[in-house]
Design a protein around this ligand. Structure first.
Ligand code: PLP
Length: 384
């Protein structure tokens, strides 16, 4: 398989001005990632800066309730509150080792922008975050966090002033400034080399979990479950188990918007198309993505997941807002852990599988913590 090809998905579907920057980035990645200096610094900072390894937690109350052993990989305990920092740190270090002085990133809800700003501060790289003006207004606290961390936040007003417009502006910046700038993409999406690079940086999740699970139980889990937005935490969990007899389950956002036909599940219900430089599963223009969790609100998905779906390696299901919110509450009450709304989709799917008696042991990636979701949750539940 050619680099960046995942069974006919992926590739580099970009306009001419982006070809050279991507060639240079791919070459830098292939060169730097195998060096001892890079690997050692990444390993050390994952430990000291982000707090790895994260624990594997046996959710005993939930397991007892549903009659299956449910284990949670606790990415919610990482610095910044989610798995996003693994990738931000990996790409930030790559940029530094490749002699770049500046990071740019786009962000929707702001979580990836905050992770990038943290890494920019750590590594002394100038950092500029592009954010749609509408998103910046809705996520004022994250804008403040990014600025506090020393990043410049550039509010994009063109087009619909949303995430897609921020992507366009960031790509233009990258094409113009490739000599000194790295574009830090936030999920396993986009043109090659991003999907494989982000997967590699997130693979630490599954590598740790595989070791921990074996140590604890003497075996591997029957199934691994993760939520899928762009697909980075899921591919990061799955990768270490790809050649094992472990079933994979991906939970997409299947929220209903105002006209009840809207959802954010390109794997469960999309078609093959080209989006943001990659061939993948995409939702049509007539469908507006919607999920109660901002992190799952993306009309496409990483190309490796499109391949997993095509060959039947992973089963992808849309989980509704209501199902995710119920799991959010249930995990809080039964285990004393408040998950991110994104991660709640994976918990909901794991509970369904346990109820069906599909597997005896389930490994669930708890991709992030729920602190950022308190306002959303408080508007949904009346807890008097
Ligand atoms: C951003 C985010 C996601 C979705 O991104 P992926 O690339 O699909 O992993 C999932 N969970 C949390 C907590 C997030 O912040």
């Amino acid at each position: 398989m050619a680099d960046g090809e995942f069974g006919g998905y992926g590739g580099r579907h970009v306009p001419d001005p982006l070809r050279e920057p991507l060639d240079e980035l791919a070459a830098a990645y292939d060169e730097v990632r195998e060096t001892d200096a890079f690997r050692e610094e990444f390993r050390a900072l994952l430990e000291e800066f982000t707090g790895r390894p994260t624990p594997l937690y046996h959710a005993r109350n939930l397991s007892e309730r549903y009659g299956a052993d449910i284990y949670l990989k606790r990415e919610d305990l990482l610095h910044g509150g989610a798995h996003k920092i693994n990738n931000a740190l990996g790409q930030g270090l790559l940029a530094k080792h490749a002699g770049r002085e500046r990071l740019i990133a786009e962000t929707g809800a702001g979580q990836h922008g905050v992770a990038t700003a943290m890494v920019g501060a750590l590594l002394g790289l100038e950092t500029e975050i592009y954010m749609g003006k509408k998103d910046a207004e809705r996520q004022a606290m994250n804008v403040f966090r990014m600025r506090l961390l020393g990043a410049e936040v550039n509010e994009v007003t063109r087009g619909g002033a949303g995430l897609a417009d921020a992507v366009d502006v960031a790509l233009e910046d990258f094409a113009e400034n490739v000599a000194d700038t790295h574009y830090l993409v936030g999920s396993a999406v986009g043109p090659d080399p991003f999907p494989r690079m982000v997967r590699d940086f997130q693979s630490v999740i599954g590598e740790e979990a595989r070791e921990q699970f074996r140590e604890r139980t003497g075996a591997l889990p029957d199934a691994a479950v993760a939520c899928v937005g762009g697909g980075s935490n899921a591919i990061g969990l799955f990768h270490a188990f790809r050649d094992d007899e472990v079933a994979f389950y991906g939970a997409e956002g299947g929220g209903e918007g105002p006209d009840s036909t809207r959802h954010a599940a390109p794997l469960a219900s999309g078609t093959d198309d080209v989006l943001h430089g990659m061939k993948t599963r995409v939702l049509g223009d007539d469908v507006e993505v919607h999920s109660v969790s901002a992190g799952l609100d993306y009309p496409g998905v990483g190309p490796e997941h499109a391949m997993f779906r095509a060959v039947g390696r992973c089963e992808y299901t849309a989980v509704t807002d209501d199902e995710a919110l119920a799991a959010f509450r249930e995990l809080s009450e039964t285990e004393g852990i408040i998950p991110a709304l994104e991660s709640s989709h994976a918990v909901a799917r794991a509970i369904q599988l346990a109820e069906e008696g599909a597997h005896d042991s389930l490994l669930v990636n708890l991709s992030g913590r729920g602190d950022k979701d308190m306002e959303t949750a408080a508007a949904k539940f009346d807890l008097e």
